[in-house]
Design a protein around this ligand. Structure first.
Ligand SMILES: [Ca+2]
Length: 408
């Protein structure tokens, strides 16, 4: 253990002693600690960098949840965002966008978006509303696009008609280069930050030949990028003056980031990303930082071999706030800051594909303080989660469902 870790642990110990009893993030309720929710054997014998980085104690929501399937038969929905009137925008992998009424029924199907390549993990991906949506009705989305040399993760925008039946003035504003002939790891979430710029996640396209590009600051693969509404590098980006880096670069060393969310209370950006076999991660993202892939990881190759030199820590590379082994496949995430589920305030909710549940992580002082699995008896691959204007939690699944999670 190096000096930095030792002093970090000492500080943590002091903080814990100072705080005394374990308190909630935004309320003073004591939280009962249960055994960790993960009971399967890990794929590796790697040890975490700090206590509570994986297999934290379990927690349980006290309120009785009211889980409703509002809708079935969506076609591989991928992204979900609440409109200010309570309706929903849903992207579908096949390239169409739907507007759903608050009860889950279809209000309209929006065609005519730029063509997607929906092979493999591609398609119409994440969706976000302009912070000024009430005035300008602008919608932003990511998708996998055919270009010369292969496919890219691209970002487009357009104006949603007042009747919510069409999107006009469509413009593709950004493409994460280079193109690659593959169908995996497009990343594809996007979220606005407090400065009104867009943060966009990409993937490293999965193959051994592209994997190292996650560490190459001159490419858009395996990154989080920060761009303006016009698709230009946003002002104030960390590598603006680095001739060897893309000016739109915000953070790097990511594998495949399919969840991005802001904690509105602290203005902190959080992401979730897929590890290989084991090593799915939650990261608190800071400008200019290196998140380690593929140099450090808590996972191994699908075939079983170590990745690179088999390292989990390295100077200059960030540790995940939390990781899972075995994988849960975190695909969408939202920071819960509404008032409805009072127990969840300040928690991170994560849609999981192979895990077939929604993870609730209690966050305290930037660390995880308890994990719960929600909706784990539904046997659904959860693709994305969002908070409704009513404060209830909503989720979409690969099997085509829209869930509403309220309280009884
Ligand atoms: Ca990492």
């Amino acid at each position: 253990m190096n000096k930095k870790h030792l002093s970090g642990m000492l500080l943590l110990t002091l903080l814990v002693s100072a705080c005394g009893k374990d308190k909630g993030n935004n309320n003073n309720d004591d939280v009962t600690q249960y055994p960790p929710v993960e009971t399967q054997n890990p794929n590796t014998s790697y040890t975490p960098a700090f206590q509570g980085q994986t297999r934290i104690y379990g927690i349980k929501t006290q309120a009785e949840l009211d889980v409703k399937v509002l809708r079935e038969g969506l076609q591989a929905p991928w992204g979900l965002v609440a409109l200010p009137n309570g309706n929903w925008l849903v992207t579908q992998k096949n390239g169409t966008m739907l507007v759903l009424n608050a009860d889950g029924s279809t209000k309209s199907t929006i065609n005519g978006l730029p063509a997607v390549n929906s092979g493999g993990q591609g398609g119409l991906l994440g969706v976000a509303l302009d912070p000024q949506f009430a005035n300008n009705r602008m919608v932003y989305w990511t998708f996998s696009e055919n270009v010369s040399g292969g496919t890219v993760t691209a970002v487009a925008k357009g104006m949603l008609a007042e009747n919510e039946g069409s999107i006009s003035n469509i413009d593709v504003i950004y493409r994460a280069m280079p193109a690659y002939q593959g169908q995996l790891h497009y990343g594809g979430r996007l979220v606005f930050d407090q400065t009104g710029n867009l943060l966009v996640s990409t993937g490293e396209r999965s193959d051994l030949v592209t994997r190292p590009l996650a560490q190459d600051k001159s490419t858009g693969l395996g990154k989080i990028l920060r761009i303006t509404r016009e698709g230009q590098a946003a002002p104030g980006n960390p590598f603006a003056n680095d001739p060897d880096a893309l000016p739109e670069l915000y953070s790097y060393g990511h594998r495949n980031v399919q969840g991005l969310t802001y904690d509105a209370q602290t203005n902190a950006l959080w992401e979730v990303e897929f590890g290989p076999r084991g090593g799915d991660e939650v990261n608190k993202v800071e400008a200019g930082k290196n998140y380690g892939w593929p140099t450090i990881t808590y996972g191994i190759e699908y075939g079983g071999g170590v990745i690179g030199d088999g390292l989990t820590q390295k100077e200059g590379m960030e540790q995940p706030v939390y990781y899972w082994d075995p994988s849960v496949s975190p695909s969408g995430t939202v920071f819960y800051n509404a008032d409805y589920h009072t127990e969840w305030k300040g928690n991170l909710l994560i849609a999981c594909l192979s895990g077939q549940h929604i993870v609730r992580l209690r966050i305290q002082n930037g660390k995880v303080a308890g994990e719960e699995r929600l909706l784990s008896t539904e046997n659904q691959r959860f693709r994305d989660v969002a908070v409704g204007i009513d404060g209830k939690l909503y989720a979409i699944t690969d099997q085509g469902r829209l869930y509403q999670v309220g309280k009884l």
